[in-house]
Design a protein around this ligand. Sequence first.
Ligand SMILES: [Zn+2]
Length: 111
Amino acid sequence: MIKTMTLPGKDELISFLKKQGLIYQDNQTDEQSEYFLERVCENTKECFLCAGKPHTLGIFVPDDSLRWGAIKGKQRIFFYSLCQKCLKLKGAAVMVENKISEFFLRKEGGS
Ligand SMILES: [Zn+2]
């Protein structure tokens, strides 16, 4: 599943992630939350497809997290951003999905 929204500012992003139960929860340390937030910011600072100016925040939630390297019982969520141009591309969602899968496969393949 892919969901997109206008790229939020950092404060909005923090409250969004809080609301989704992804950061600053009881079962997380502040370090874990901050690390997660940093990774989201890092992934969304430029367009995922062309490295252009980000415009839209995209959230990819795979149907089967295990296939994407998640631990059993944990949901994998991937944040990225797209520029205005790439957002309008036909098949952008498929291109993003392919690139995300490459990203995870590369991680599994070593290093
Ligand atoms: Zn782009």
